[in-house]
Design a protein around this ligand. Structure first.
Ligand SMILES: C[S@@+](CC[C@H](N)C(=O)[O-])C[C@H]1O[C@@H](n2cnc3c(N)ncnc32)[C@H](O)[C@@H]1O
Length: 249
């Protein structure tokens, strides 16, 4: 038998106001309590206007605390409200299931404890990247990795497909509150990539607009220039296919 109380984790999309689905909005409006994790305070204020009990998850980012501990605290507060029998909504920017541990983990734990729990998709950075950079993963394939994990695991990957590296702007900052990276960390990524790609390979740093008034950032540079470039919490790196394979018509 299912317990009283439910959990739904919804996506807010990437750009304030325009990406949220009517269904996700309705879950936010009708929940007993909403936990929000957005990339921007203005986005959090926008969500705060949809329900009388909206609580930010940002406070769980603490100096020196490993990112994993922060995410565990987020899951713990969600579970606490659920165990009180409330209908809980987690509102996460982008897609709640894309490069996001807490939304998946809270649903897993909720189900294990007999609560009704599910996820509603949202428009992710990946979706925006295909639109803004005009690429189709169907032409030659597309691989996605978290950048630190990509360096650590030295994964074998298909260089004839697009390669998308996430969280390049926080490489090496797993235990700090700064949420930035250094040239040395980016250089270590470049060193791994240079085993496969030439130095003059053109790559793209990408940041889609979070506020409707912002411009999307599309910055093309060579692999050898990457370590000197500016990155942020929002930066995603796209590396095009090394060799063109025959396109599907
Ligand atoms: C923790 S993941 C969250 C991804 C999010 N759940 C989604 O659906 O896109 C954070 C990473 O997503 C990417 N990202 C976040 N905001 C972005 C933006 N505005 N433009 C491009 N990529 C972004 C970056 O790679 C960033 O390091």
């Amino acid at each position: 038998m299912e317990n009283k109380g439910s959990l739904v984790n919804v996506g807010l999309g990437m750009t304030l106001g325009s990406h949220i689905t009517p269904l996700s909005r309705s879950y936010i409006e009708n929940a007993d309590v909403v936990f929000v994790a957005a990339s921007n305070n203005i986005v959090e204020q926008w969500v705060a206007g949809m329900n009388d009990d909206v609580r930010s998850l940002q406070e769980y980012y603490q100096e020196g605390l490993p990112r994993r501990k922060t995410y565990e605290k987020m899951v713990a507060v969600i579970m606490d409200e659920l165990r009180l029998g409330k209908n809980v909504c987690g509102a996460f920017y982008g897609h709640p299931g894309v490069f996001a541990w807490a939304p998946h983990e809270s649903i897993k734990q909720a189900k294990a404890e007999g609560f009704k729990a599910h996820m509603e998709p949202g428009i992710s950075a990946e979706d925006c990247l295909y639109a803004d950079l005009g690429i189709d993963p169907g032409t030659c394939g597309c691989t996605h990795y978290e950048a630190s994990q990509f360096i650590r695991s030295q994964k074998k990957f298909d260089s004839s497909a697009y390669l998308v590296l996430w969280q390049i702007g926080v490489l090496g900052s797993n235990t700090s509150k700064k949420f930035s990276t250094t040239q040395d960390y980016i250089q270590s990524l470049v060193d791994v990539l240079l085993k496969t790609y030439p130095e003059d390979m053109e790559v793209t740093l990408y940041e889609c607009a979070v506020l409707p008034i912002e411009e999307t950032l599309i910055y093309k540079l060579t692999l050898s220039q990457l370590a000197q470039s500016n990155t942020s919490l929002k930066t995603t790196l796209l590396i095009p296919p090394l060799s063109k394979i025959k396109k599907i018509d």
